[in-house]
Design a protein around this ligand. Structure first.
Ligand SMILES: [Zn+2]
Length: 243
């Protein structure tokens, strides 16, 4: 359980979870593939109209501190190094990932972070880390050249986020992230719960929990967890729904 533990403690657990063994499937072990088009939007929120100002702080000092370490762990596990910044998202609480010429950049709303703490006072750190992992999964998809149906992109990112939390199963509570997924607004503007685009809340939580279980199993094994194994397993599970 992570509850009141710091991000630093949570992050430290995962620093060793990396390797580089090739798996020649949907997600080969390479970062040399070319992404042909930008994947817009995100299941955390799909409203990316307008512009957002980058801000120095999330408004939560422990998050400002911990996020720097968490980024390193996420980079290490997902094999990508996206830029990251907090933004002023007063209009629509959100986080999203954009493709750039040399990788990706992730924006995390200060209002989203503060809402998570307010809605999930007990497990908000897990929820925030889960959202970050969902966005890092998108950066991984970009880097892998995955271009798929929105449902697959988003549910796959949920699976990968769950997998990441599963690697930290000793100190996080996936219920915190599941609760967060359920609590996101379901209006058409965000599209978060539009089954035609993103999958139902039940499907998304189910894929996240399937990923969590796989991550926990991987972290409990004798070999290092591999992002490509998880990505391929998640892709098989998610794509089976629509094919
Ligand atoms: Zn997303």
């Amino acid at each position: 359980m992570c509850d009141r533990r710091s991000f630093l403690q949570i992050a430290a657990t995962c620093l060793a979870a990396s390797s580089s063994v090739a798996v020649a499937q949907i997600f080969p072990n390479t970062d040399q593939l070319t992404v042909k088009k930008k994947i817009t939007g995100c299941g955390i929120s799909d409203f990316i109209g307008g512009s957002y100002s980058v801000v120095d702080s999330s408004g939560i000092s422990e998050l400002d501190q911990g996020v720097q370490i968490e980024r390193q762990v996420l980079n290490n596990v997902f094999k990508v190094s996206p830029d990251f910044a907090f933004i002023d998202d007063k209009q629509t609480p959100q986080a999203f990932t954009e493709k750039t010429n040399d990788g990706a950049r992730i924006f995390f709303g200060e209002t989203l972070a503060q809402n998570e703490r307010q809605m999930n006072p007990e497990f908000w750190e897990t929820a925030v880390i889960g959202i970050m992992a969902h966005e890092w999964a998108h950066a991984f998809q970009y880097n892998s050249g995955l271009e798929e149906l929105k449902f697959i992109q988003e549910c796959h990112a949920d699976y990968m986020a769950g997998w990441y939390l599963g690697l930290k199963y000793r100190i996080v509570n996936p219920d915190g992230f599941a609760r967060s997924l359920y609590q996101k607004p379901g209006d058409n503007r965000t599209g978060f719960f539009d089954p035609n685009n993103y999958g139902s809340p039940e499907q998304r939580v189910a894929f996240m929990m399937a990923g969590f279980k796989a991550g926990k199993t991987a972290a409990s094994g004798t070999t290092k967890p591999l992002i490509w194994d998880a990505a391929n397993e998640g892709y098989r599970a998610v794509s089976a729904i629509v094919r």
